[in-house]
Design a protein around this ligand. Structure first.
Ligand SMILES: C[S@@+](CC[C@H](N)C(=O)[O-])C[C@H]1O[C@@H](n2cnc3c(N)ncnc32)[C@H](O)[C@@H]1O
Length: 295
């Protein structure tokens, strides 16, 4: 846990955040502990108002009167489902198509040419989007791949897209995005690989058949077991570990190593750094390559 979460002192019933429901420091600590244990996310006290506003809706929906009752409920055996809702409410899912575009340029020019040759020779190609949120990241990988290997879906090429939050996984699987969300997608790629669909009454863009065939969405907690057996050629884990403490981040980097093929790449978010330089070498901006002879 980060040192920023201090044990409660004195006035235990004092409100940490003023509002409709009593929310004390003890309640905050209890929620922070559950989030850390379940997802590795380290909440600092500066997030107290955010926690209050995101969870107040849950209290209302459940007809509860205080955060103390809510903590008791989610901490007990009957609150297992609600604990999942709590987690979903507290994770940050911000994402967009071609976010941090230099990674997709690197993938296209430095990584995919060799992988395309391997795929055409009937070899296996795997890319993992770990912490994929609502799917824009794995679909951006798919579009980059289709751009240089238009028949990629015919080969043994797959993108695994995983996230802890079942709601965002479902959105990714549905693969329907507003015009605004699709704006960063180059028009030529959008028109070739995406399809016009309806989202309720509105026109929207849907991931086309080839994009869908390339991407498999699964629920997966990076803190838990990883059931994947085969290795990946690239892992995108961007803007996910920023919410973890340093020890947890280091454990994640160490677990990625054995899952990468020789020379495999690891892409991280703009404010994240891989510290395990015995295993990885820098290969561009927030881009790392598994060192030769290392697992
Ligand atoms: C800010 S989004 C980043 C999405 C995408 N990678 C990007 O850079 O645009 C962070 C995602 O990490 C997921 N996440 C947080 N903790 C996780 C964990 N322990 N295991 C798996 N996913 C997690 C969240 O649910 C969220 O969808």
């Amino acid at each position: 846990m980060t040192t920023a979460i201090r044990p409660a002192t004195g006035a235990r019933q004092q409100a940490l955040v003023e509002g409709e429901f009593l929310f004390t420091n003890d309640d905050f600590l209890s929620i922070a502990r559950m989030l850390y244990d379940d997802a590795g996310i380290a909440l600092t006290e500066s997030k107290a108002s955010l926690v209050y506003s995101r969870l107040a809706k849950r209290l209302r929906a459940l007809g509860l009167e205080s955060f103390r009752d809510y903590c008791k409920f989610v901490g007990g055996s009957e609150g297992v489902g609600e604990r999942q809702n709590m987690l979903a409410a507290l994770t940050t899912n911000v994402t967009r198509y071609f976010r941090e575009p230099h990674h997709f340029e690197h993938l296209k020019t430095r990584v995919l040419p060799e992988l395309a040759t391997r795929a055409r020779a009937r070899g296996r190609v795997r890319i993992w989007s770990a912490g994929c949120s609502t799917g824009q990241e794995p679909y951006s990988i798919a579009l980059t791949l289709l751009d240089i290997l238009p028949d990629a879906a015919q080969y043994d090429v797959r993108i695994l897209a995983t996230d802890i939050d079942p709601n965002v996984v479902a959105t990714g699987r549905a693969g329907v995005y507003s015009d605004e969300a699709v704006q960063p997608v180059p028009t030529a790629l959008r028109d070739r690989w995406m399809v016009r669909v309806k989202d309720g009454a509105r026109d929207a863009w849907g991931a086309g058949e080839e994009m869908r065939r390339l991407v498999s969405f699964r629920e997966l907690n990076l803190m838990g077991n990883w059931p994947m057996k085969g290795r990946f050629d690239a892992i995108f884990c961007r803007n996910v570990v920023i919410y973890f403490d340093e020890a947890t981040q280091a454990r994640i980097w160490a677990r990625f190593g054995p899952l990468l093929n020789p020379g495999g790449r690891l892409y991280v978010g703009h404010s994240e750094r891989v510290t395990d330089m015995a295993r990885f070498e820098t290969d561009g901006l927030t881009t790392y390559r598994l060192r030769d002879g290392v697992r």
